[in-house]
Design a protein around this ligand. Structure first.
Ligand code: PLP
Length: 315
C-alpha cells in the first residue's frame, strides 16, 4: 500500500497575502505544500495516475519532460517509492540541463533518454515497444500529467476552493494560475461548470499561443464531460491568456525577477521564473490593464520549488 499520495493533507491551505494589489485582496492556494516530492500541481495529478497504476500490474512508468520538468520529478519519485522503474524521455535543447529537477531524477535512478524535440513521440513508442518485447508492462503518462486523471484531480481542487468559500463566506471573483498543458485549468473550469459559479478563471500561458492553449483545454473539458456523461456546456469560460509569454517557455524579464524577490521578502512565498513567478507577474499586469479593483482574487501556487532554487543559483 502506498499512501504518500492518497493520504494528502487536503485541502491545501488558502492564505491571504499581506499586500493588496490595486485594492484587490489576493489569496494563494498553496498547492506547493502538498506533502510529497516538493508538492505542486504535478503531485496532485500524479496521485490520480498512480491510483490507477496501483490497481494494475505495471512494472515500468514512462513519461516525458524537459530538464526543468516538475512533472518528471514527481512521477519518478512516485515510481521510485514503489520500486518501479521510470523512464523519462527528454528533449535536447539549448537550455540549461544541470537543473535541480534533473539532479533529483538522477538520484531517483530514473532512466533518462534524450532525443531531439521532433523525435519525442517516436522515441517513446520505440522504448515502449522494447519494454513490451522484454515482457514488461509499461504505463505511459503524458508530459505534464496531461489527461483525464490530471483534469479530475483539479476538479477536486476546485471543490476545496468552493468549501473554503462557504466556510469563510468569501467569494473569489477571479482565479489566476500558470497554464502550461492547460490540464490544471481544465479541471478548475470543469468544477466551475458543475457548480455554475460566476467568476473568471484565467490561465496565464507560460508558453503556448492563445489558440493552441484554448483548444487543448476545450478538448480536456470534452473528454472530462464525456467521461462523466454530462453535457459540456460553457466553453466560453475558457480564458487562456498568452499576453505574458515573453520569448516563450522559461523566458523571464527584470519585472518577473522583481516580483519573485518581492514575494519572498514581503510574503515569505517562493515563486519561480518559468511558472508561478511569470503567472503572478502576468496576473498583476492583467489586473492593471483591465482596471480590476476591489475584488477577491485567488492565485494558485502550482509549485515548482526546485526551479526557485535554480533561479537563486543564477541570480
Ligand atoms: C506544470 C506546471 C504548471 C502548468 O500546469 P498545467 O496543468 O500543465 O497547465 C504550472 N505551474 C507549475 C509550477 C508547473 O510545474
Amino acid at each position: 500500500m502506498f499512501t504518500e499520495l492518497n493520504n494528502f493533507n487536503r485541502p491545501t491551505p488558502i492564505q491571504q497575502l499581506n499586500k493588496n494589489w490595486l485594492g484587490n485582496r489576493v489569496f494563494i492556494k498553496r498547492e506547493d505544500l502538498l506533502p510529497f516530492s516538493f508538492g505542486g500541481n504535478k503531485a496532485r495529478k500524479a496521485a490520480g495516475f498512480f491510483a490507477e497504476i496501483d490497481r494494475g500490474n505495471y512494472d515500468v512508468i514512462m513519461t516525458y519532460g524537459s530538464s526543468s520538468s516538475n512533472h518528471a520529478r514527481v512521477v519518478a519519485n512516485c515510481a521510485a517509492a514503489r520500486g518501479l522503474h521510470c523512464v523519462v524521455v527528454s528533449p535536447i535543447d539549448d537550455k540549461e540541463t544541470n537543473t535541480f529537477n534533473r539532479r533529483i531524477l538522477e538520484v531517483l535512478g530514473a532512466e533518462i533518454i534524450q532525443c531531439p524535440l521532433d523525435k519525442v513521440s517516436e522515441t517513446i513508442a520505440l522504448r515502449m515497444e522494447e519494454l513490451r518485447m522484454g515482457n514488461q508492462n509499461p504505463y505511459f503518462i503524458q508530459g505534464g500529467g496531461h489527461g483525464l486523471h490530471g483534469t479530475q484531480s483539479y476538479v477536486e481542487a476546485y471543490e476545496e476552493i468552493v468549501s473554503y468559500e462557504s466556510q469563510t463566506n468569501l467569494h473569489f471573483d477571479y482565479i489566476f494560475l500558470a497554464s502550461g498543458t492547460g490540464t490544471t485549468q481544465a479541471g478548475l473550469i470543469a468544477g466551475q461548470i458543475k457548480h455554475q459559479d460566476q467568476r473568471q478563471i484565467i490561465g496565464i500561458s507560460i508558453a503556448r499561443t492563445q489558440q493552441r492553449g484554448t483548444h487543448v483545454i476545450e478538448e480536456s473539458l470534452i473528454e472530462y464531460f464525456e467521461d462523466e456523461q454530462l453535457n459540456p456546456i460553457g466553453m466560453g469560460l475558457v480564458h487562456f491568456n498568452a499576453d505574458y509569454i515573453l520569448e516563450g517557455y522559461g523566458s523571464c524579464n527584470a519585472q518577473i525577477c522583481e516580483v519573485i524577490d518581492a514575494m519572498l521578502r514581503e510574503e515569505g512565498v517562493a515563486l519561480d521564473p518559468t511558472y508561478t513567478g511569470k503567472a503572478f507577474w502576468g496576473m498583476r499586469q492583467y489586473l492593471q490593464q483591465h482596471s480590476i479593483e476591489g475584488k477577491n482574487v485567488l492565485f494558485m501556487h502550482t509549485g515548482g520549488t526546485p526551479i526557485f532554487y535554480d533561479y537563486m543559483k543564477e541570480r
